[in-house]
Design a binder for this molecule. Structure first.
Ligand SMILES: NC(=O)c1ccc[n+]([C@@H]2O[C@H](COP(=O)([O-])OP(=O)(O)OC[C@H]3O[C@@H](n4cnc5c(N)ncnc54)[C@H](OP(=O)(O)O)[C@@H]3O)[C@@H](O)[C@H]2O)c1
Length: 334
C-alpha cells in the first residue's frame, strides 16, 4: 500500500484572511505518520463554522496544528506510525483532527479515530466527529444532561444543533430549540425536538416558560451569546446549567449576574480544538461505547445538508456563512 502514496497532495489553503474565495487548492507534501498516528487517505471532510472563523482570521489554529482547515475526516488508513495498535492499513475510519482535513491525506492519532459505523459511507461518516465530540462533552459530560430533564439548544438547525437535538432526545430529555426560520424549525421537530421556536417571531424565554409550566429548563447549550446570555439566565430553571460553546452574536453584553445567584445557576463553557489528544481520546471511547450503537441503529445520524467537491470548498463556506444549511456540509475528496 505504502508505495502507492504520492509525495504531494491537493489541499485547500487559506491564502489570506477574508471571504470564501480566499480558499484555493494548492499543493502540499503528504504528511508522514508519527508515533501512534495513522495516515488517512481522506475520502470526505466535514465543514464546520470554526473553519469559517479560521478563514476569516478570527480563529487561528492552535500550536502544532496544520494551517489547512478541516476538523473532521473519513477515509482509509494507508500508513501507520510506530506503536499503532488498534488500526491496520486498509481500515475505514472517521476521525477528529485539529486541522488539515481539507486535503487528500491527513494524519491523526489513532486514539482520535473511530471505526466508521456499520452502514455508513464516507460522506456521512465525515459529518460525525466534530459535532458528536463537542455535543457529547458539553451536553452530557460538562452539562450533565439526565434522562427526563428539559434541555434548550440554540441554533437547532446547525451541525451542532441537529446533533444535540437527536442525542438529547435519544437519552430521554425534553428538547426545546431555537432556529431562524419556519423551515429550520420544522426540520428540528422532525429530528426529535419537542418544541422549536422561530426566534424571529417568538421570544424563546416566553416559549420556555410556557413549555415548562414556568419552571425553566435544566440545561441550555448556547452558541449565540450577546443578549442571549441574560435571556438564558431568565429561561433557566433554579439550579439550571448553561454551557457556552460560541458567541456568534458577541462575547460581551450587559448582563444582570444577580440572576446567577438568585437561581443558583452554573454557567460554564469549553472549546474542543485546543484540548489534548488524550482528552479527545477519552471522548472517543465514550462515544464508541454509548453513541456508536445508536448511530448503527440510526436512532441518531448526521444530517447531510449539501456535498461539494474538495476544490469547491469556497462554495461550502459561502453556504454556511449565508446560514442556509440545515445540518452538515461535507466536502467529497474522492
Ligand atoms: N466550543 C466548541 O468546542 C465548539 C465546537 C464546534 C463548534 N462550535 C461552535 O458552535 C457553533 C455551531 O457550529 P456549526 O458548525 O454547527 O455551525 P453552523 O451549522 O454554521 O450553525 C451556526 C448556527 O447558528 C445560528 N446563528 C445564530 N446567530 C447567528 C449569527 N449571528 N450568525 C450566524 N449564525 C447564527 C444559525 O442558525 P439560525 O439561522 O437559526 O440563526 C446557524 O444555524 C459555531 O459558533 C461554532 O463555532 C464550538
Amino acid at each position: 500500500m505504502a508505495d502507492k502514496i504520492p509525495t504531494t497532495m491537493t489541499a485547500i489553503e487559506i491564502t489570506q484572511p477574508g471571504g470564501p474565495l480566499v480558499l484555493k487548492a494548492g499543493k502540499r507534501g503528504v504528511p508522514e505518520p508519527e508515533t501512534g498516528e495513522l495516515l488517512i487517505q481522506v475520502r470526505a471532510a466535514g465543514v464546520n463554522r470554526p473553519d469559517v472563523l479560521q478563514r476569516q482570521g478570527h480563529y487561528p489554529p492552535p500550536a502544532g496544528a496544520s494551517d489547512i482547515p478541516g476538523l473532521e475526516i473519513a477515509g482509509d488508513v494507508v500508513a501507520i506510525g510506530e506503536g499503532v495498535t488498534r488500526f491496520r492499513i486498509g481500515e475505514r475510519v472517521t476521525a477528529l483532527v485539529s486541522g488539515g482535513g481539507y486535503a487528500q491525506y491527513c494524519n491523526v492519532h489513532e486514539t482520535n479515530a473511530l471505526p466508521i459505523p456499520a452502514g455508513y459511507g464516507f460522506i456521512e461518516a465525515a459529518a460525525i466527529p466534530e459535532t458528536y465530540f463537542t455535543v457529547w462533552h458539553n451536553v452530557f459530560e460538562r452539562g450533565g444532561l439526565q434522562n427526563g430533564e428539559t434541555f434548550l439548544v440554540h441554533g437547532g438547525s446547525s451541525g451542532i444543533g441537529t446533533t444535540a437535538i437527536q442525542l438529547a432526545s435519544a437519552f430521554g430529555a425534553y428538547v426545546i430549540t431555537t432556529a431562524g426560520s419556519d423551515e429550520k424549525c420544522e426540520a428540528c421537530v422532525k429530528l426529535g425536538a419537542n418544541r422549536a421556536v422561530n426566534y424571529r417571531h417568538e421570544d424563546f424565554v416566553e416559549a420556555v416558560e410556557d413549555a415548562t409550566g414556568g419552571k425553566g429548563v435544566d440545561l441550555i447549550l448556547d452558541m449565540v451569546g450577546g443578549d442571549y446570555i441574560e435571556r438564558n439566565y431568565d429561561a433557566a430553571a433554579v439550579d439550571g446549567r448553561i454551557v457556552q460553546i460560541a458567541f456568534l452574536n458577541g462575547a460581551k453584553a450587559p448582563t444582570d449576574v444577580s440572576k446567577l445567584m438568585v437561581k443558583r445557576l452554573t454557567h460554564t463553557g469549553s472549546t474542543l480544538r485546543v484540548r489534548s489528544v488524550d482528552f479527545k481520546a477519552g471522548i472517543a471511547r465514550e462515544l464508541e461505547r454509548k453513541v456508536w450503537p445508536l448511530l448503527v441503529e440510526r436512532r441518531v445520524a448526521p444530517v447531510i445538508d449539501m456535498v461539494y467537491p474538495l476544490h469547491e470548498a469556497w462554495r461550502a463556506h459561502e453556504r454556511m456563512e449565508d446560514g442556509q444549511n440545515i445540518g452538515k456540509i461535507v466536502l467529497d475528496v474522492s
